[in-house]
Design a protein around this ligand. Structure first.
Ligand SMILES: NC(=O)C1=CN([C@@H]2O[C@H](COP(=O)(O)OP(=O)(O)OC[C@H]3O[C@@H](n4cnc5c(N)ncnc54)[C@H](OP(=O)(O)O)[C@@H]3O)[C@@H](O)[C@H]2O)C=CC1
Ligand SMILES: Nc1nc(=O)c2c([nH]1)NC[C@@H]1CN(c3ccc(C(=O)N[C@@H](CCC(=O)O)C(=O)O)cc3)C=[N+]21
Length: 297
């Protein structure tokens, strides 16, 4: 059996195209462009790259991109003051505070300061709670992107055994909620899980969101499983002066011999995260303007 490589990059490009096509109708109805504000604290080079590519994708979709940078030395109070200013700014539909925050800042307090209607990351407890009880919510971008790829690859997920490895509030937990919402039988595994290989072996669907390079081995996978690899791990460079290779949480080459379909790293989930961020911004913009949500996004 040859494994299908799930092309997240291509799917994300298609989604961004559909978003760009839906923007003019919003502009017509609301009399303004949707706007996304990204706040970056400190100088972390990886974060700077992400923020830069988010900004470019936002503008390419026909939306306004507002970038705000605070120095590494900024206080939590200053950051929250900036968030409150963005809450009050009517041209801003989405607010994303890039994580991780510098040492000493409390993620929870900062996220709590974001207006839930503008919380395009879906990290605010109001949105997490709505997702948990099955109400309309802004859903975290990475797990929603994973779900879109799964539905595209498999169609109806009803009744399937899904194992999510990793229980963070950002990826694993909302992923489990989404799969439950699709009527999967969901197992949420983590660092205290006993006999993880045996747990993973039961799964028709495996979502790996651990942050450990190539931890999930090929022989942990049931033949014919579909695998979504969320992990982004930079290996040590093999040559001086070069960047190390990017790998996922799944031993990709080994997995190819077992799976029905799998996402690569890079080119899998990563690009979906950014496309869904734009989608969430457009959804938030419609809701804030009192318009019906855009369809087919
Ligand atoms: N593609 C994208 O857009 C994104 C990619 N990522 C990537 O996804 C990965 C996960 O991110 P995130 O959820 O934020 O990470 P966290 O570090 O917040 O969570 C990791 C989870 O993995 C679990 N875990 C750690 N070690 C093991 C182990 N040996 N066996 C089983 N479970 C284990 C932890 O368990 P416990 O709770 O018990 O500690 C925890 O629940 C990272 O590689 C990150 O870079 C993240 C966000 C977006
Ligand atoms: N508030 C907040 N929201 C986030 O959504 C958020 C965040 N903070 N902090 C950091 C993580 C990580 N993240 C990624 C986005 C895109 C790629 C991506 O596009 N990756 C490319 C490769 C990029 C490369 O080559 O380095 C790929 O996988 O193909 C990866 C990771 C969003 N995050």
């Amino acid at each position: 059996m040859t494994a299908e490589i799930i092309d997240g990059k291509a799917f994300a490009a298609g989604l961004r195209e559909r978003i760009a096509e839906a923007v003019p109708a919003f502009v017509e109805a609301a009399g303004r462009k949707p706007g996304l504000a990204v706040v970056l604290v400190g100088e972390d080079p990886a974060s700077q790259v992400y923020v830069g590519s988010k900004g470019k994708a936002t503008v390419a979709a026909g939306m306004n991109s507002f970038e705000h940078r605070l120095p590494e030395t900024a206080t939590q109070q200053e950051l929250i003051a900036m968030v409150e200013q963005l809450n009050a700014d009517d041209s801003v539909d989405g607010i994303l505070v890039q994580l991780p925050l510098p040492e000493g800042m409390d993620d929870k307090a900062v996220i709590a300061a974001i207006d839930p209607a503008k919380d395009v990351d879906g990290f605010h407890v109001v949105n997490a709670g709505k997702l948990a009880v099955g109400e309309d919510a802004l859903v975290p971008c990475t797990p929603l992107g994973c779900l879109m790829l799964l539905k595209d690859a498999l169609g109806d997920l009803s009744g399937m055994d899904a194992v999510v490895v990793g229980r963070s509030n950002i990826v694993g937990k909302p992923m489990a909620q989404l799969l439950l919402g699709e009527n999967c039988t969901v197992t949420l595994a983590h660092s205290r899980t006993r006999d993880l290989p045996a747990v993973v072996r039961r799964a028709d669907i495996v979502v790996a969101a651990v942050g450990r390079a190539e931890m999930v081995k090929g022989d942990w996978l049931k033949d014919g499983a579909t695998v979504i690899d969320v992990g982004i791990n930079r290996l040590a460079p093999t040559e001086e002066g070069k960047k190390g290779r990017l790998v996922g949480d799944v031993a990709y080459e080994e997995a190819l011999g077992h799976v029905k379909a799998i996402t690569p790293v890079p080119g899998g989930v990563g690009p979906m995260t950014i496309a869904v961020l734009l989608r969430n911004t457009l959804v938030a913009a419609h809701a804030r303007a009192g318009l019906a949500p855009p369809r087919d996004l």
